[in-house]
Design a protein around this ligand. Structure first.
Ligand code: ASP
Ligand code: MG
Length: 442
């Protein structure tokens, strides 16, 4: 059984952190570590920029050379990558000059940004060897990852899983694998979407039925609230997959939301740990919710929400109104976050709708409903297993807000019973989060 590690861009960014990584891996050699890396922090953005600005190439090169020097590695280690990237970019700039438009731009961008992870993997493998751990860098495709051809947001093809397992089982060294990137069946380089190295790591963990997936970042895990607003926010040690999913969709941007889907299917725990504070306990996300405690665990706040209230007395005892309404939202590409209904009313809360689409939707909906739109709202999401079954928690939430005279626009508790969402005017959002955090969690 293997264990999969993922190190993010800031974890890879200094010689000191690279040394920490080698110590972390050194302790787990008997567990067959497989390492997935992101590009060094900021490099993916610079690579995207290099498609337009010639100067960015030099900055990227210097950044990597600096790290090689700092880590006392051979300064020629990345020469082949520098040269290949330079030639690619020169061709792009020449084309652009000649015809001012470059065909297949997504495909080209994926090719260019793939260099970030390719260089990072080579660096880490070299550091491990320098510290006496036999390691080798691989591009994900050399270890079996094949994706569809959806450039910029590709998904793994099913055949990848067995191939990855087969290829990795033959290795006698520690593989250091590029996150974020893959190749399609035609051999073209693809990427899995920004921040996608977490997702890559979950693909490898799934393929190998790993004992755990450890994601090493620059934070010590998931917190009970955003520490920028709640200085007393607490680290969550154990959380269930479905609770974590609620949090990652509702604004806690620690994990790429897709990361937990695959490990969940095989009961693989996902740990979030901090390379800067390797002794911190971190957060473990379990598939089995019996391992986590009940009650309110975290509160997240999402701003810029818009409420659309739809009223129609004709809705009473009729059908098809919802179908109509959802069709409108689908056609206008508006994502619905919260919905509540009563006999003659439907209230929908949507996330940052495009103004033109919103206007179109209102126009269409006005055929059947009286429509009221309220912008500038915040959604406060309180997450925790068993939250809704526990009448005490829900009544505390409502009582606390009414005592502080904070009006609630919408309340929603789903049948999954692990979250309660309150929609409030934006001016009350942070204050409500602070008082509820104090009452329920501190
Ligand atoms: N380097 C890629 C990005 O910046 C992937 C990642 O960091 O996970 O989006
Ligand atoms: Mg990153």
């Amino acid at each position: 059984m293997a264990i999969v590690f993922k190190f993010g861009g800031t974890s890879m960014g200094s010689a000191e952190n690279l040394k920490t990584i080698s110590q972390i891996i050194g302790k787990k050699l008997n567990q067959k570590p497989v390492i997935i890396v992101s590009a060094i922090a900021g490099v993916t953005d610079l690579l995207l920029d290099s498609l337009k600005n010639k100067q960015s190439f030099e900055i990227i090169k210097q950044k990597h050379l600096h790290l090689l020097t700092e880590a006392k590695l051979d300064s020629n280690l990345l020469n082949a990558e520098f040269q290949e990237l330079k030639e690619l970019l020169d061709a792009v700039h020449a084309l652009r000059k000649a015809q001012s438009k470059v065909a297949d731009s997504e495909k080209l961008a994926d090719n260019v940004i793939s260099f970030g992870e390719r260089m990072a993997a080579k660096i880490l493998a070299e550091v491990l060897n320098q510290k006496g751990i036999s390691a080798k860098s691989f591009c994900s495709w050399d270890l079996g990852l094949t994706t569809d051809s959806n450039f910029g947001n590709a998904k793994p093809l099913k055949e990848s899983f067995s191939k990855i397992k087969q290829k990795i089982s033959k290795l006698k060294i520690v593989p250091v694998v590029t996150g974020f990137i893959g190749k399609d069946r035609h051999g073209e380089i693809t990427t899995l979407g920004r921040g996608g190295s977490d997702y890559s790591a979950s693909i490898f963990a799934y393929a190998l039925t790993a004992s755990a997936l450890e994601i090493w970042k620059d934070v010590s895990g998931l917190y009970s609230a955003d520490p920028r607003f709640i200085p007393n926010a607490k680290k969550i040690e154990n959380i269930a997959f479905d609770e974590a999913a609620e949090l990652s969709y509702f604004g806690a941007k620690v994990l790429h939301p897709k990361t937990i889907i695959l490990p969940l299917q095989k009961n693989i725990p996902v740990k979030i740990l901090n390379t800067f504070r390797p002794k911190d306990k971190g957060t473990t996300i379990f598939a089995n919710s019996k391992k986590v405690s009940q009650g309110a665990k975290a509160i997240s706040l999402k701003k810029n929400m818009t409420l659309i209230d739809l009223h129609s007395p004709e809705m009473i005892d009729q059908h098809g109104f919802m179908a109509f309404l959802f069709e409108v939202f689908r056609d206008e590409k508006i994502s619905v976050d919260v919905i509540t209904t009563s006999t003659a009313n439907v209230t929908v809360v949507v996330d940052k709708p495009n103004p033109v689409n919103l206007q179109n939707a209102v126009k269409k909906l006005s055929k059947l409903f009286t429509v009221t739109v309220k912008p500038s709202l915040s959604a406060l999401c309180i997450v925790g297993k068993g939250l809704a079954e526990n009448g005490k928690v829900t009544s505390t939430i409502l009582k606390t807000l009414s005592e502080k005279r904070i009006p609630i626009e919408v309340v929603s508790i789903g049948a999954s019973k692990l979250n309660m969402t309150l929609v409030l005017q934006e001016k009350y959002g942070i204050k409500a989060m602070q008082i509820l955090h104090k009452k329920l969690i501190e």
